[in-house]
Design a protein around this ligand. Sequence first.
Ligand SMILES: Cc1ncc(COP(=O)(O)O)c(C=O)c1O
Length: 455
Amino acid sequence: LLLPVSREEAEVERDAIVHRWEQQDRFEPVFVDSAGESRFSDHEGTRYLDAFSQSWYAVAGHGQQSIVDAISEQAQHLASVHAQWFSTQPRRTLARRLLEWVPAGFRRIFFGANGSDATEVALKLARFGTGRQAVVAFSGSYHGAGMAATSVTGMPECREGFGEPVPGTVFVPYPYCYRCPLRLEYPSCNLACADLVEDAIETQGKGRVAAVIGEVVKSVSGVVVPPPPYWRRIREIADRHGAWLIFDEVVTGFGRTGSRFAMDQFDVVPDVLAVGKALTSGYLPLSAALFSERASATFESRPLYHGMSFEGHAVCCAAALANLDLLEGGLLERGAELGTVFESELARLKERHPCVGDVRGVGVMWGIELVRDRSTKDRLPEGGLFVDVEGAEIDAGEWSRQELLRTHRIHVGVAPHMIQLAPPLGFGQTDLGELVAALDTVLSRIDAYCEPVSG
Ligand SMILES: Cc1ncc(COP(=O)(O)O)c(C=O)c1O
């Protein structure tokens, strides 16, 4: 059954809803009607390939019957009671299960709805627990839409126009080796960028920094994977100065990186782990902040006036449990295998296309950074080929996204001068073939604007 979208309905969408990350009168949505596995369909029945899991989150793919059944059964049995006075089985079971999913040393969990709730409570409790104010955060990071999370988000456009941020954030460069902020090279750099974190903490003054917050692998503003020993160094620095280490794994948690969490690959355990998105594969909104034994001890015996109406909602917890069953039932391994295939396919694309400056990623989250000249890493200028349907100048990453959606019916993610890929973990051979062929075509068109690769 297809639901036609009338002109009035389209106007409601355009005029009555506040649109995220967009100028209000420029929102041109695809009217989505249904979805299954790695595909979704619009109101006219046109099928699209979802190579971005909507926004990183649909790790289990669309239309998983076991998650739908779990939601339905729980909703019929008990939908919601308020967390301040009542406890439910799904919340208790999920708490126990999550504590088994993470390395030893975690103690308490706060359940929210969106990833923003998880980073917000992480930041509030870091202040509450340490009695300190300042936070060290990273350039280019994204941590959510709440005021505290926005204040530690290293994308200035996210703070623009919203007034003064929560005071106390100091930004340091993210370990982005392809364009090293210190013009050094790993490993001979000896992780000089990690020293900047210590410098920032010391400059704030003794006993002032409550936490260091970081995405273990950077996502929204462009995939970046830090060098292997980076987070161990940051852990040591945070410990030396009595600051909490907060890992934002809202994007990277639950199989996205080929392991349960990205931190598993860096062999570091934080004081707070913030997760969301793929916790339910997006079937219902649910997030969690997991606090270590040490962090929990700081608020154990004090009244804690922080809470939300729908924290630990029983139906959302039931969805998460069914999602974890799928991940444990072979999906995690399948994601890890898909990651290896992705890595080699993207490496081949890089060999063929001079416009590909860098291909970065881990597991099933990848970024293709586009350049005009591989030897200088100069970016492609906006304009020329790089305009939208109305002729407005856009960058090569956004042009690629629009082209893949419009011409090839493939949904990918975007960051400045980057194409981002994060399909469901069950993405099949046919899906992959289709994606690679479309990328090949799009990248060939961009190549025409690039310097040939010499040597
Ligand atoms: C790294 C990271 N942290 C936090 C968030 C906030 O999550 P949500 O949008 O679910 O509030 C996001 C959202 O994209 C994210 O990418």
